[in-house]
Write a protein of this length. Structure first.
Length: 203
């Protein structure tokens, strides 16, 4: 594969396409497992790439497989694509056009970045050993979207070579722009939720 500097330069050259998809998704957010507009935008963004696409039967999921020119392991890259029941009041020119629904958690950016990675990898397919599975997941916000995708055979997307590892990302305002923070194992994961109510006395 090319040197890191070459990949970074290619990513910067592709930034306008990534930004355009992010803003398109941001304008038309959808909630839950059934995201027809979002799914259509994702499928359209994959068009023209040497990627084998399948869409979910029970949800609006999208799975793409990029096969490298040489044998090798299979790795999975994942992005979530559902929005939240939040009224947007940012005043941005690409603000949500859907009342009471907003990409407030950044899933629009996650999808756009995943598609950017897909383009970069597809352009270098002749240098790629192995396969890359692109997982675009609906229903991350409490709708168990990943479970439905697993039940539909996500990890068997490349039957002859099981998935060796999976990678995801999440944007964050906790770190400076232009930096990446990584760690082994889970990060920013939540298996359950709970609520505490504090009853106090005024006076």
């Amino acid at each position: 594969m090319p040197a890191d500097a070459d990949l970074l330069a290619a990513a910067r050259a592709d930034a306008d396409r990534t930004l355009e998809l992010r803003r398109r998704l941001h304008r038309r957010p959808e909630i839950g497992l059934h995201l027809p507009e979002t799914q259509a935008a994702v499928v359209e963004a994959f068009a023209g790439l040497p990627v084998e696409l399948t869409t979910g039967t029970t949800t609006s999921s999208v799975v793409g497989v990029l096969r490298g020119a040489r044998p090798g392991p299979t790795y999975l890259l994942r992005a979530d694509m559902d929005a939240l029941p939040v009224q947007e009041a940012t005043g941005l020119p690409f603000a949500s056009e859907v009342p009471g629904v907003m990409h407030a958690c950044g899933h629009d950016t996650h999808v756009a970045m995943l598609l950017g990675a897909a383009r970069l990898l597809a352009e270098r397919r002749d240098q790629l050993a192995g396969q890359v599975v692109f997982m675009v997941q609906p229903g991350e916000e409490g709708f168990h979207g990943a479970r439905f995708m697993l039940e539909e055979g996500l990890l068997d997307a490349v039957p002859e070579t099981p998935v060796s590892g999976a990678f995801a990302l999440h944007i964050s305002t906790m770190f400076p722009t232009g930096t990446i923070n990584v760690r082994p194992g889970p990060m920013m994961a939540s298996a359950d939720q709970w609520t505490i109510t504090v009853h106090g006395r005024g006076g």
